[in-house]
Each structure stands twice: as C-alpha cells, then as structure tokens.
Ligand binder design. Sequence first.
Ligand SMILES: Cc1cc2nc3c(=O)[nH]c(=O)nc-3n(C[C@H](O)[C@H](O)[C@H](O)COP(=O)(O)OP(=O)(O)OC[C@H]3O[C@@H](n4cnc5c(N)ncnc54)[C@H](O)[C@@H]3O)c2cc1C
Length: 249
Amino acid sequence: MKILVCISHVPDTTSKIQFTADGAALDAQGIQFVINPHDEFGLTKALQMKEAGLATQVTALIVGDASVEPTLRKALAIGADDAVRIDARPESGNQVAQWIAEYVQANPYELVLCGIESIDYNGGTVPGLLAHRMGAAFANACIGLELSGTNATVLREIDGGKEKLTASLPLVVAGKKGLVEESELRIPNMRGIMAARTKPLAVVAPSAVAAQVVSKRFEKPVGRTSVRLIDKDNLGELVRLLHEEAKVI
Ligand SMILES: Cc1cc2nc3c(=O)[nH]c(=O)nc-3n(C[C@H](O)[C@H](O)[C@H](O)COP(=O)(O)OP(=O)(O)OC[C@H]3O[C@@H](n4cnc5c(N)ncnc54)[C@H](O)[C@@H]3O)c2cc1C
C-alpha cells in the first residue's frame, strides 16, 4: 500500500507576520518556513505505518513553487521515500485539491494523509475537496488511525467526545495531534539529511485550474490598548466608555 502525505509549507509559528504595503499578500522576507504542524503528525503516522509493514511507500507532496523544496527535503530527511512538487503558486484550496486529485488519478495511492488545516491561510478546505474529487472516503479531525487490509478504523475528535468510524480504502484523512503524540515527532538527523539529497523529488506541471476564491486583502488584528482604570464610584463613566468607545453596550 502507498501513502501520500500532503504538506502545506507554512511560516514558522514563531514568525512575526507582515503583509506587503498594499496588504494583498504575505511579505515572506525573513520568514522561516516549516512543515505545517498538523502535517508533521500525518507524516510521522505514515512512517510508523511503513515501519509496521502496513505500507510500502511514503510520498510527500507540496503544491508550491521552487521555494518549497527545502520543506520537501526536510520531509525526505525525516523518512519519506520520495517527494512530489506540483509546480504552481496556489491561490486557493480548490486549485490545490484539484491538482492533487489529478496527481493521484495518474499515480494511485490508497491512503492520503492531510492536516486538518493549514496554519497560514486556515481554510480547512483541501482535504474534503480532494476526497470528493478522488471519489474516496473522507475522515476529518482524526486523532487515531488503524489499518487492517483494505479497511481503516479512524478515531475522530468531536465536540465533547470522540467518534470511531470505519471506512474502506481509498481514504483521505485530515489529521491532527493525536494521530501520533508530539513526543513521537521526528527531527531529521545527519544521516537522514544526507540521504534526502539523493531521494527522488519529482516536479509535476499543473493543469489550468482557476482559483474560485482569491484573497484580496490581509490585515493584522488591532494591537491591544492599555488598560484604563475607572474609579469604583464612577459607574456613569464606565457605562459611557462601554457605550461610546468600546461600543459593547
Ligand atoms: C509559494 C506559495 C504561495 C502561496 N500564496 C497564496 C496566496 O496568495 N493566497 C492563498 O490563499 N494561499 C496561498 N498559498 C497557500 C496555498 O494556496 C494553500 O495551500 C491553499 O490556499 C489552501 O489553503 P487552505 O488554508 O485552504 O488549506 P487547508 O485546507 O487548511 O489545508 C489542509 C491540509 O491540506 C493540505 N494542503 C493545503 N495546502 C497544500 C499545498 N499547497 N500542498 C499540499 N498540500 C496542501 C495539507 O495537508 C494541509 O494540512 C500559497 C502557498 C505557497 C506554497
């Protein structure tokens, strides 16, 4: 069985995010990019499945321009067998889902592991759209996954509890922490980094797919203002401020 791990290339969670002067795009200058944290759980789970003899190949895939290759090499250094870059600069989740679906149609995988969301654009759209286009089963918000032959048992986190599902392969999973624990995540070692240099990284040309939704403008949240103390006997002033300035009453 072959496992495809879809990876979103995202700014490091400690990055100070800035936008271009017109607010139309992320200013990537000086930003360190990493594997989307939710996808790290998927990648580790896939490697564990291969080590347990349940899979023969783990492929890491990113839809992105050449700037994403260090992130793919990191996935290879952690243990993926090969990597695929669909050579596009995506603008929306529907494009990403369509291009991955076309890749899987030409190169079938029984299990596709995605993250529940990409921590940059936070769309949460790709895995469901991808499953639909593949005609595959879809399990969202997964915190556990077991395989037995062509069947999968999935544990999902739901409001106030957990849900256990069964599905037949092919299956698309949108996973998160719990698929594996944080302590099981892998850091590339020197041997892995050296091996990654010679592992195959295929670059695939995308088909023409229009973005259905295009980001127009980004804004950072307004910074916190300082605390204003109001005399405990001056309730009238408190009410006025809540009404006229905070506009909450
Ligand atoms: C160079 C570059 C430039 C970009 N510019 C823009 C932009 O201008 N506007 C914009 O909206 N987005 C941009 N993106 C982000 C990209 O379009 C997003 O992947 C897409 O918007 C989906 O975002 P989402 O938040 O819906 O993903 P989600 O649906 O939240 O992602 C869920 C999961 O889907 C998979 N996934 C998501 N994206 C990818 C991907 N690219 N490749 C492989 N798997 C993926 C991952 O497993 C991820 O955990 C850019 C990405 C790159 C690499």
